[in-house]
Design a protein around this ligand. Sequence first.
Ligand code: SAH
Length: 239
Amino acid sequence: MQQNHSTNVDQAEIAKFESAATRWWDTESEFKPLHEINPLRTNYVDSIAPLAGKKVLDVGCGGGILSEGMAQRGADVTGIDMGEANLTTAKLHALESGVKVDYRHITVEQLASEQPQSYDVVTCLEMLEHVPDPESIIRACYQLVKPGGHIFFSTINRNPKAYAFAIIGAEYLMKMLTPGTHDYHKFIKPSELTRWCRGAGLQVTDMTGMVYNPLTKIYSLKDHDVSVNYLMATVKPAE
Ligand code: SAH
């Protein structure tokens, strides 16, 4: 599916996140899971692409949970999102925390035409399952990163276990997420994400699961279990 820039935004999805925008930094809100996985994913990115001194783009940055985490590791971070209210929260929080991040309201496709090959590292976490055309996002991320640079994606797998954990468990049983947060049909299998990344010209270098244990209520990285939430590391080949 080919889309132009402005149509690759699902306004209903943006509205969902904006309606919760005042709660991005409330660690007991629907964003609690993002706060819990944040150290894990920041460490993952930092271990593969050491962040200090790097120019980093965070695509679909929301309230800036990951953007700030990466800036705290010494990266020069730009965060983009199509929800104005999310960016307002992100900017206010950065003022409070004193962490410097540059936030912009722009699509990744538009930024790619403005600033191709500008970033050492691009992150696009928990966002692909909320857009009409994820492949277009991946292609734009490819354009934005410098040759030899790294792009990280994370999303949710599509299978009965992922349905049980990410929708029934998280939204209905544990009430961690607002019902309707996720649409099962937009979940993405690792094989699909791999195919799209390769199609865009990226090399897939690593994949790891972010596994939630409902008994201990603790998340951990497990490289052999990508059955529900997972992270993928890719590289744009050097020219
Ligand atoms: N990446 C952040 C937030 C994930 S929530 C984190 O993991 O902490 C998904 C975010 O993607 C929301 O803030 C939503 O507004 C944003 N989003 C959805 N579609 C988008 C699009 N087409 N362009 C930019 N941002 C988008």
